[in-house]
Design a protein around this ligand. Structure first.
Ligand code: NDP
Length: 444
C-alpha cells in the first residue's frame, strides 16, 4: 500500500468531502509501514475496505415549527465498519453537518472504538438541524421525525447511536422514546440515556473525565503533576463542562471557555461556584458564554478562539479544525507542555506538525476522548445484564480503560529518540485489531 496513492484515489472519488479526506490522510501514512508488513492485507485490498464505509443512509426529515411552518432537514447515518462489534457512534445535530463531516467522524470512530478494548464497530450520524434557538416542543418534533426514518436501520445488536454536538440528554430521550414506540420494544439501542431509563452513571462525565485521565498519564511520563497548572479549554458543552469539573477537583486552574460566538478569559480561574453557573447557563437557560463575562466581569473576545492566551495545557473541546497552524505556534511560543484533544480532529494537520516538531505531549481525539464511547460500551453491557453499576465501579473502569489506551499508544508510538508519537500509536493499535477481525471474516 502506498498511502499517498490511496489518498489521491479517495480524493478523486469523493472530491466534496474535505474533512473525510483530511481524516484519512492523517491516518494512512502512520499505518503504512505496519500494513506493508502483512502482504495478505494488500491482496485483499483491506485499506479501501477500511476507508470506505460499509453503507450510508441519507434521508429527508420533515418537521413543523411552533408557528405551523413546515421545515426540511437532511438526516444521515454512516455505518462504517462492524468487524469487531455492532456499529456504534453518536448523532450530531448542527447546521454545519454534511456527509463528508460525518464520514470523517465515522472513520475516526472505528479506530477509537477499537482502542477502547470493548466490542464496538464504528458509525456516526446526524442532521443539519440545529437545536440552538428552538423550543423544547420543536426539538421533540424534530427528533421524532428523524427517528421515523432511522429506526429501521438500528438496533441493540445492529447499530447503537448516542449523543454528540447538539445531541445531549434531552435529545437522546426524545429519540429513544420514538424508537421504543415504533419498534414496540424496550432495548439498549441508544447510549447516553437518562439514568431513569437505562442510562449509565458517569456517561455524561465520561469524555471530559477520560480526557483528563489520559492527560495525567501523558504528564506522568515526564513526571509532571497537573496540580497548579493553567489550562485553556475551548467549548462549553458536555465535553468542556466535565473536563473543567475534573480539573477543578485536581487543583488545576482553567482560564478559558468558548462557544461558537467567542471565548471568555478568567485569569482567576473557574472555581466550583462559577462551574455551577456554567452548567446552569448552558444546560438549563441554554445561554451564551458571553454572559459569563458579564456576570464575572472578565474579558470576552467576540469571534475569537482561546489559543493566544498563555497556558501550560490546552484541551480543545469544541469542534473540528479549531486549532490551526498559527494557533499552534502561539501555544508553543507561550510554553504549552501538553495538548489533549477532547473534540474530534480539533487540530489541523499543520497544527499537529507544529506540536510534534516542538516535541510537546500531544494526543489525538481518538485516544484522549475515547472515554465517552467507552462508558457507552459499559452502558450497553449494563443494559444487556439489566443491571446498573455504581458510580465508583464505572469511574474505575473508565480510568483503567484510559490507562490501557495510553499504554497502547506508548507501545506502538514510541520513536527512536523516546518521543511518544500518540497519533501513530493510536492509529496502529486501533488499526491492527480491526484489520485482523476483517481478515478472519473473509472478503465482505
Ligand atoms: P456540545 O454540543 O455539548 O458542545 C459543543 C461546544 O462546542 C459548544 O460550546 C458549541 O458552541 C461549540 N461549538 C460547536 N460547533 C462549533 C464551531 N463550529 N465553532 C466553535 N464552537 C463550536 O458537544 P460535545 O461537548 O458533546 O462535543 C464537543 C466535541 O467533542 C465534538 O468534537 C464531539 O465530536 C467531541 N466528542 C464528544 C463526545 C461526547 O461524549 N459528547 C465523545 C467524544 C468526542 P455553540 O453552543 O455556540 O454551538
Amino acid at each position: 500500500m502506498k498511502a499517498i496513492e490511496v489518498i489521491e484515489s479517495l480524493k478523486r472519488r469523493f472530491p466534496n468531502e474535505p474533512e473525510y479526506i483530511q481524516a484519512v490522510s492523517q491516518v494512512l501514512p502512520t499505518i503504512e509501514e505496519t500494513y506493508n508488513q502483512h502482504p495478505e492485507f494488500e491482496k485483499s485490498n483491506l485499506i479501501e475496505r477500511l476507508c470506505i464505509p460499509d453503507r450510508v443512509y441519507e434521508f429527508r426529515v420533515t418537521w413543523t415549527d411552533d408557528r405551523g411552518q413546515v421545515h426540511t432537514n437532511m438526516g444521515y447515518r454512516i455505518q462504517h465498519n462492524n468487524a469487531i462489534g455492532p456499529y456504534k457512534g453518536g448523532l450530531r445535530f448542527h447546521s454545519s453537518v454534511n456527509l463528508g463531516i460525518l464520514k470523517f467522524l465515522a472513520f475516526e470512530q472505528t479506530f477509537k472504538n477499537s482502542l477502547t478494548t470493548l466490542p464496538m464497530g464504528g458509525a456516526k450520524g446526524g442532521s443539519d438541524f440545529s437545536p440552538r434557538g428552538k423550543s423544547n416542543a420543536e426539538v421533540m418534533r424534530f427528533c421524532q421525525a428523524f427517528m421515523t426514518e432511522l429506526w429501521r436501520n438500528i438496533g441493540p445488536d445492529v447499530d447503537v447511536p448516542a449523543g454528540d454536538i447538539g445531541v445531549g440528554g434531552r435529545e437522546v430521550g426524545y429519540l429513544f422514546g420514538m424508537y421504543k414506540k415504533l419498534t414496540h420494544e424496550y432495548s439498549g439501542t441508544f447510549t447516553g440515556k437518562g439514568l431513569e431509563f437505562g442510562g449509565s452513571l458517569i456517561r455524561p462525565e465520561a469524555t471530559g473525565y477520560g480526557n483528563v485521565y489520559f492527560l495525567q498519564e501523558m504528564l506522568a511520563t515526564k513526571g509532571i503533576d497537573i496540580k497548579g497548572k493553567t489550562v485553556c479549554v475551548s467549548g462549553s458543552g458536555n465535553v468542556a463542562q466535565y473536563t473543567v469539573d475534573k480539573l477543578i477537583d485536581l487543583g488545576a486552574k482553567v482560564v478559558t471557555l468558548s462557544d461558537s460566538n467567542g471565548y471568555i478569559y478568567d485569569p482567576d480561574g473557574i472555581d466550583r461556584e462559577k462551574w455551577n453557573y456554567v452548567m446552569e447557563l448552558k444546560n438549563i437557560e441554554r445561554g451564551r458564554i458571553r454572559e459569563y463575562a458579564e456576570k464575572y466581569n472578565v474579558k470576552y473576545v467576540e469571534g475569537g478562539r482561546p489559543w493566544g492566551e498563555k497556558c501550560d495545557i490546552a484541551l480543545p473541546s469544541a469542534t473540528q479544525n479549531e486549532i490551526d497552524g498559527d494557533d499552534a505556534r502561539k501555544l508553543v511560543a507561550n510554553g504549552v507542555i501538553a495538548v489533549g484533544e477532547g473534540a474530534n480532529m480539533p487540530s489541523t494537520p499543520e497544527a499537529i506538525k507544529v506540536f510534534q516538531d516542538a516535541r510537546i505531549l500531544y494526543s489525538p481525539g481518538k485516544a484522549s476522548n475515547a472515554g465517552g464511547v467507552s462508558v457507552s460500551g459499559l452502558e450497553m453491557s449494563q443494559n444487556s445484564e439489566r443491571l446498573s453499576w455504581t458510580r465508583e465501579e464505572v469511574d474505575q473502569k473508565l480510568h483503567s480503560i484510559m490507562k490501557n489506551i495510553h499504554a497502547a499508544c506508548v507501545q506502538y508510538g514510541t520513536e527512536k529518540d523516546g518521543y511518544v508519537n500518540y497519533v501513530k500509536g493510536a492509529n496502529v493499535a486501533g488499526f491492527m485489531k480491526v484489520a485482523k477481525a476483517m481478515m478472519a471474516q473473509g472478503i465482505l
